[in-house]
Design a protein around this ligand. Sequence first.
Ligand code: G1P
Length: 289
Amino acid sequence: MKIKKAVIPAAGWGTRMLPATKTIPKEMLPVVDKPIIQYNIEEIVAAGIEDILIITNRGKSAMEDYFDRSPELEDALIKTGKERELLLARDVSRLANVHFIRQQEARGLGHAIWCARRFVGDEPFAVLLGDDLMKSQTPVTAQLVKTASETGASVVGVQRVARELISKYCSLQVVPAADRLYEVKQLVEKPTPDQVFSLFAILGRYVLTPRIFALLETLPPGHGGEIQLTDAINLLCKEERVLALDFEGRRYDTGCLTGYLEANIDFALARPDIGPWLTDFLTQKTTKK
Ligand code: G1P
C-alpha cells in the first residue's frame, strides 16, 4: 500500500477560540511563530506525501494566500537584502502541492472527508484533523503510513484518554495484534458512560482505504445530527481490516485555549533559539522570592 495523498478537514468555525478566530482561521493561529496548519503540512511531507487537500469553508482565504507565492513581499525582502526572511516566506509555498476545496454546508467531519472523494480517487489516503497538533520523535503520520504500508490495512492513530474525557472523543473496541497495534472491532462517537468500549480514542490521525467514500455516501447522520467519520469507520471495520496504532507522541488540541497554550509553551521550550530563555523566564515567574 502506497499513500500519496492527504486530506486536512479545516472547515470548523473555531468558536472555542473567539474572539481571535473572528477573522483569522483557527488553523492560522501561530504556535510560536508558525501557523498550526504548517506543522500539519510538514508532518505530511515528512511521511513522503506531497499532494494535500485542505477542506475549508467561507472566510478561510488567509490559508490559501499563505501557501501561495507572495511576489511583492519577496521583492521587498530581496531589495533590502533580508535573505533569511526571504527563505522563510518562500519556503512555505514550496512545501507541497496544497489544494483547497470548500465544504459548502457544515454537515460534519464525515461529510467533509466525503468532499475529498474526487481528489483522492481510488487510493488509500491520510487524514489529519486541523486542530490536532503532534509532538513526537517520529512524525505521527509517518508512523501510521508505515503500519498501513506494511499491513495493507486502514490505520487509526489512538491513545488512551482519561475516563472523564472519553465522551469528548470516540471509543474503540480493540483486540491486541502486535506491539502498540490493535485490531479494531467497533467504534462509537461521543460515547455515553454505558457505551464506552475502552479508553482508546482516535486522536486526529487516520490512514483510510477509498472504500470509506462509498460508506460515507449512504451514512445516516449520527451524533449531533452530523455525518460522523467514526460511524463510517465502524462499518469499514466490518468489511476490511482496520488497525489502531497507539502512536508515540503527545497530542495538543489547539482548538481550545488550554491546549493551544500548552502547545505554545512546549514547542517554544523545545526550540534551541528561545527554549533556554523561556525556561529562565518561567523559572523566575514561578520561583518565590
Ligand atoms: C473528532 C472526531 C473524534 C475524535 C476527535 C479527536 O471529534 O469526531 O472521533 O476522537 O476529533 O481527534 P471533534 O473534536 O471534532 O468533536
